[in-house]
Unconditional design. Structure first.
Length: 275
């Protein structure tokens, strides 16, 4: 495993040929492992630095193009936010901004890679301590691994750049899917737009949650279900390439939002996907 110290202002550059069209694919904060991870379509060697007032970790990715507006994702306590933007036309910039109460020795940070294009950095224990908070919000709908986050991505079937309205959680066919909160079933059946077997719940606060690509539906329209009750099983129906749950939340009953903003204290993940 390759390790690089971030105590220096910059790391060495590995020049990537322009023809590779290197891009950032994902940027992840995993609170359960106290780790930042990011993946690229081709390998390059990052440059890292720590900047103060406010305390933030800046990672520049040479020869990695980024197009579009800067993305900022609020996180929580130990880490205040994650940002993706560009330093210049040839350099993508990642920023991890820490909360005011977090302090640590920058020499303790190490960038690591054991697969081309995939990098990680284990954060100091002070960050994890600062991130501790009571478990609140919605329960996680299924036990599995998040494979795709909220936002624009290349659709795995059509190859088009499309907005992903929720998160995908991979799990074996038949894995129980739980209601994230008490609610009433407002839809349970086949959907022709690509969701396959679909369940929708209306919750007392007016929010709606959606559970798609299910193998078997266990509830009926009009039924009241309790938080943690099994409502369906993981499947791969509709436009799907493998067994998983596609989960959406509409906080106001109309517009989608990133589910991890509501599941964050339990999932421990903030995932930003890019096409």
């Amino acid at each position: 495993m390759l390790k690089k110290s971030l105590s220096a202002i910059a790391l060495c550059l590995l020049i990537v040929p322009t023809a590779w069209a290197n891009r950032l694919q994902s940027f992840i904060y995993d609170a359960s492992r106290n780790r930042i991870e990011f993946s690229l379509t081709a390998d390059t060697e990052p440059r890292g630095m720590v900047i103060y007032n406010p305390l933030r970790l800046v990672i520049d990715l040479p020869q990695v193009s980024y197009h579009g507006a800067t993305i900022r994702r609020q996180v929580g306590t130990g880490i205040a936010s994650l940002r993706i933007g560009k330093l210049d036309e040839q350099t993508t910039r990642l920023v991890v901004e820490f909360a005011p109460q977090v302090t640590f020795d920058p020499a303790s940070l190490r960038l690591k890679t054991d697969n081309a294009g995939k990098w990680s950095i284990d954060l100091p224990p002070e960050v994890a301590i600062g991130s501790q908070a009571p478990t609140v919000g919605l329960m996680f709908p299924v036990t599995g691994q998040i494979t795709s986050g909220f936002g624009y991505r290349l659709h795995p079937i059509t190859g088009e750049r499309k907005f992903h309205r929720g998160i995908d959680i991979a799990a074996p066919i038949g894995t129980p899917i739980m209601a994230v909160e008490t609610g009433t079933v407002i839809e349970a059946g086949w959907d022709n737009t690509g969701y396959g077997n679909l369940v929708k719940l209306l919750h007392p606060d007016g929010s709606i949650t959606l559970y798609a690509h299910t193998n078997r539906i266990l509830v009926q329209k009009g039924q009241v279900v309790q938080r943690g009750e099994a409502i369906a099983e993981v499947g791969s129906t509709g436009l799907s390439t493998a067994p998983h749950l596609h989960f959406e939340i509409l906080p106001d009953g109309r517009n989608v939002a990133d589910p991890l903003q509501y599941l964050g204290n339990q999932s421990g993940l903030v995932v930003i996907n890019l096409s």
